[in-house]
Design a protein around this ligand. Structure first.
Ligand code: HEC
Ligand code: HEC
Length: 299
């Protein structure tokens, strides 16, 4: 290639063509995989056995077969999932999806034949820092929900639209109280999300369990709610006073639901004569302190 052609080519074909002259290596895509994929795609529970935390895992593919076919990006499941040509689109926690620039890195890496590049072990990311001190924040809770819940509770999950309209891929979604609140900051017992992972409310979550969350994970989520359901920056969430609630659990003596006090008054509609020990559904509003029950029904 003449020096003139070399200088002109980028101008003629645009910046992408100019970059395409150097091969993309695993070293460049590993940080994207680490940030957006390995939360789910690692370890024994990796979906479809697809591990994206090492070059070997990526090359090995899933139990359905290879996901990256050297030289054939357009036929590679990996790229089809990233672009949304095949559903469910990846990352399962999206949107946001990968940017066009990130997707084109994957495309070029596959087209270039999946080269390793500089010692990939050297770029193996450090495990995420564990915060042990201070209040529990969204940063500690998010990976659990991403790994175990967001495959369904996402914009387009395994069951299609999110069950009950509940998305769990961001702090704002988990705390949303538009239709009804599933997390009441400061009040774990009034939080249907916690009731579901404990199995006090049925069907128990995750819906595809067992395995359920382990005790440490449940305790962490309970502490997160108790301490104000803090966001990633550590700010407690606002209490949604007046928010609608729909809770399930076991009725106790003196109008309680697994220990949570219920305010039952003349305005409460009670169906099917529930008695202590019965499994019930409670609909009402969060007063800021307790549940003002509108309807109590044996299930
Ligand atoms: C929240 C969890 C989660 C995250 C994050 C996630 N995935 Fe997935 N992924 C899944 C699940 C669950 C499936 C299985 C879906 C199905 O049945 O097709 C899957 C399937 C796939 C498949 C299909 C494998 C095959 O053989 O059919 C590919 C490829 C894939 N993911 C790539 C990625 C990439 C690349 C990222 C990051 C950009 C990513 N995933 C992020 C949960 C996740
Ligand atoms: C395999 C799909 C799937 C997974 C995984 C899953 N869920 Fe669900 N979730 C559902 C379905 C379906 C329902 C509706 C069940 C019903 O009431 O019949 C539901 C309902 C819920 C509800 C009740 C919503 C409401 O408005 O009352 C909560 C809370 C919930 N899930 C939380 C979770 C949490 C937390 C996880 C992870 C630990 C999780 N789910 C994992 C499918 C799933």
């Amino acid at each position: 290639m003449s020096i003139v052609q070399r200088l002109l080519l980028p101008l003629l074909l645009g910046p992408a063509a100019a970059l395409a002259q150097q091969a993309v290596t695993y070293t460049e895509i590993a940080p994207i995989l680490q940030a957006r994929c390995v939360l789910c795609h690692s370890g024994a529970s990796a979906p479809l056995g697809l591990r994206l935390d090492s070059l070997e895992g990526l090359r090995a593919g899933s139990q359905r077969g290879p996901v990256a076919l050297a030289g054939k990006p357009q036929d590679s499941e990996l790229l089809l999932r990233l672009s949304g040509a095949r559903q469910p689109r990846m990352p399962m926690t999206g949107p946001p999806w990968l940017s066009a620039a990130e997707m084109s890195l994957f495309e070029r890496w596959i087209a270039d034949g999946l080269p390793a590049g500089a010692d990939p072990a050297a770029t193996a990311p450090a495990p995420p820092a564990q915060t042990v001190d201070g209040p529990v924040t969204w940063t500690q809770v998010a990976p659990i929900l991403a790994r175990r819940c967001s495959k369904c509770h996402a914009t387009q999950g395994l069951m299609g639209p999110p069950p009950e309209g509940l998305r769990l891929t961001s702090h704002a979604e988990a705390l949303a109280s538009g239709e009804r609140a599933r997390v009441i900051p400061g009040a774990p017992e009034a939080s249907e999300l916690l009731r579901r992972i404990r199995g006090q409310a049925r069907p128990r979550m995750p819906y595809d369990g067992p395995p359920w969350l382990d005790e440490a994970e449940i305790a962490l989520i309970a502490a997160w709610i108790e301490q104000g359901a803090r966001d990633a920056e550590g700010r407690p969430a606002a209490t949604p006073a007046g928010a609608r609630l729909r809770l399930h659990g076991t009725l106790g003596a003196g109008w309680t639901l697994d220990g949570l006090p219920l305010r039952v008054g003349t305005g409460t509609r009670i169906d099917k004569s529930p008695r202590p020990g019965d499994y019930v559904q409670v609909r009402g509003r969060w007063s800021g302190q307790d549940v003002e029950v509108e309807r109590l029904r044996r299930r």
